[in-house]
Design a binder for this molecule. Structure first.
Ligand code: BES
Ligand code: ZN
Length: 611
């Protein structure tokens, strides 16, 4: 095996992690986790490699043992930006090919850890207890403990986590062989992950967490005050699982649970195995944002079983997942629903490509990640261009044939990582051997290089526009001075249709008057919507036309959500019309936001942070 991930400093072509045991105690007082990590590493060479190199970033290492014997022959070398400080551990005799060497490390996180957010009680919704959660994708696991931090390596995991508060993790919960009440440092929570996973899927959260069922094999875990609303919102999850199972094959992770995080969570969702982590903004009281759950669930196959070998091939994770998410939507709500969602995605892709520039490296399906921190290259491109590639392949061979390929592909690569070239080979092998000459000649015509390496927009397919046309038609009516809006206008609109309508209003050459904006918010119930997506989109329209009646509402809204997708655009818009209020709002909520979010908003507003 050769090393094909440029974002790791580890020598994983010489040693491969097979099992990881994580023994960590959560110290809320010091906002750190501390303990030992043990890695079972399989030698890939015949005694040729005399050292093991692991990724680490801002994490303290001590007491290194190799096969249970203490050693001093190790060092954390100088930082190599942006990938961190390689930990070199000497194995003087090497090991025979296939032999396992066990490395044990004492570890302690530092305040520079990029994977964990600690919240004080004041930062949580009921303000009673502290909270901590991890976010490891793409290369942050190395800041919790040294590891081979690459999606090209998969290991089984044992988690032994000690905490004063309930813990969830990316493994199945098993009874801890411990006294019920624990000791002074809290109780021991034990989990096993028997399906090998890459380190970016390592997930951990602890806080005032309770859970309730949302399906026969699913619970939602969240704060006690939020539990009922979360349970109602997510009750349909079993329908999603069943559609995906029919399309691919049975769900492999035992149970599918959702952790609804504190409101400061800066993302929409994360596909942590066993426990998807999700923003509370999904809990909108109308079940209109649960496509994010269909997305994270789909990762249980695309991403978590079949994994991109490096972040430059991220479309294999995200493009396939968007494809599966939309197939779930299509199975439950019809084909027009998939096209509607694809049209929204197409627009997001156009925005990204315009922002980067049509020739930019990051607008290619395969991105060169050498020397790059994957988060910096992150955009809609792997999602939507990736979706369009998979969707193009589906239309080329026909849905019936493609639906035979789906389980074949996921079975062949389950438990492994692959790159785009292995995908191409798998696809061609399958269709060349299907015994259908017409399909065979069609796949011979695929311009793989253009799809993989051409920057900019892919070819545009024909979409069924029936569901967007009504949104644009309503927006057109708002151009008419005598238009009398009524709640009936949007009565049959889904949440996403309201978003398309609001996006159209935002693009008007002649904007609405502030008075009309106020009417818009009231008559359609947008300003009072519990759906953060809709509320944020309305506030963007209202701020753009300086509708002062909304300013206070915007400021309040900014104190309730920490998801960057909403927070950053609203701060930028508020700053344009009332800088003083924008600064005051940031000051008031600075302890509420995730550090990354806070830093980015400060940058957006042109202020330097005080901490
Ligand atoms: N795996 C991603 C989240 C992610 C990507 C975290 C890159 C860190 C680095 C997750 O599956 C995702 O795509 N979340 C989306 C939701 C989705 C419906 C597109 C999000 O957070 O908005
Ligand atoms: Zn995703």
């Amino acid at each position: 095996m050769t090393k094909r991930d440029p974002c790791t400093l580890s020598n994983y072509h010489e040693w491969l992690t097979k099992h990881t045991t994580v023994n960590l105690s959560i110290n809320f007082q010091e906002q750190a986790v501390k303990g030992t990590i043990s890695l079972d590493l399989e030698s890939q060479t015949d005694r040729q490699s005399k050292e093991i190199v692991l990724d680490s970033s801002h994490v303290r290492v001590s007491d290194v043992k190799v096969n249970s014997a203490s050693t001093t022959a190790w060092e954390v070398r100088d930082r190599v930006e942006p990938y961190g400080s390689p930990l070199h551990i000497s194995v003087p005799q090497g090991a025979a090919k296939g032999e396992i060497v066990q490395v044990e490390l004492g570890v302690e996180t530092t305040s520079k850890c990029t994977a964990l957010q600690f919240l004080t009680p004041a930062q949580t919704s009921n303000k009673k207890h502290p909270y901590v959660y991890s976010q490891c994708q793409a290369i942050h696991c190395r800041s919790i403990f040294p590891c081979q931090d690459t999606p090209d390596v998969k290991s089984t995991f044992t988690f032994n986590i000690r905490s004063a508060l309930p813990v969830v993790a990316s493994g199945l919960s098993v009874e801890a062989p411990e006294e019920k009440d624990g000791n002074a440092d809290g109780k021991l929570y034990k989990f096993e992950q028997k399906v090998p996973i890459p380190t970016y899927l390592f997930g951990l959260a602890s806080g005032d967490i309770v859970s309730a069922p949302i399906g026969p094999r699913s619970v939602v875990a969240t704060g006690p005050e939020e539990l009922k609303a979360c349970q109602w919102e997510l009750e349909g999850v079993e329908d999603f699982i069943q559609v995906a199972e029919k399309l691919i094959f049975p769900y492999q992770w035992g149970v599918y649970n959702v952790l609804v995080t504190p409101p400061s969570y800066p993302y929409g969702g994360m596909e942590t195995p066993v426990f998807t982590f999700a923003t509370p903004t999904l809990i909108s009281g109308d079940r209109q944002n649960i496509d994010v759950i269909a997305h994270e669930l789909s990762h249980a196959w695309s991403g978590n079983l079949v994994t991109n070998a490096s972040w430059g091939h991220m479309w294999l994770n995200e493009g396939w997942t968007i494809y599966l998410e939309r197939r779930i939507g299509m199975a439950l709500h019809g084909e027009a629903e998939r096209d509607f969602s694809a049209i929204l995605g197409w627009k997001a892709l156009e925005d990204s490509v315009d922002l980067f520039g049509h020739d930019h490296e990051y607008t290619k399906l395969i991105i060169d990640h050498e020397g790059i921190e994957p988060d910096d290259a992150f955009s809609t491109v792997p999602y939507e261009k990736g979706f369009h590639f998979v969707y193009y392949l589906e239309r080329l061979v026909g849905r019936e044939a493609f639906d035979k390929f789906i389980p074949h592909y996921f079975t062949k690569w389950s438990g492994k990582s692959l790159d785009s070239f292995e995908f191409k080979e798998t696809f061609l092998d399958f269709f060349n051997n299907l015994g259908d000459e017409s399909i065979k000649s069609k796949v011979a015509g695929i311009d793989w290089d253009a799809w993989f390496y051409k920057p900019g927009m892919p070819p545009k397919p024909h979409f069924d526009t029936s569901r967007v046309d009504v949104c644009y038609k309503l927006a057109e009516q708002w151009k008419n001075k005598d238009f009398e809006p009524s709640p009936k206008d949007v009565e049959d609109f889904t949440g996403n249709q309201k978003l398309v309508f609001l996006e159209a209003l935002e693009k008007f050459e002649e904007p609405l008057t502030p008075e009309k904006s106020e009417v818009l918010g009231k008559v359609y119930g947008l300003a009072s919507s519990k759906n953060a997506e809709i509320k944020s989109a309305y506030y963007k329209v209202a701020l753009q036309v300086r509708d002062t009646s909304c300013y206070q509402g915007v400021a309040e809204h900014l104190g309730q959500v920490g998801r960057m997708k909403f927070v950053r655009p609203l701060f930028r818009a508020l700053n344009k019309v009332d800088r003083d209020l924008a600064l005051k709002t940031l000051e008031k909520n600075r302890d509420f936001y995730h550090p990354i979010c806070k830093a980015l908003v400060e940058k957006d507003l042109g202020v330097t942070g005080t901490n």
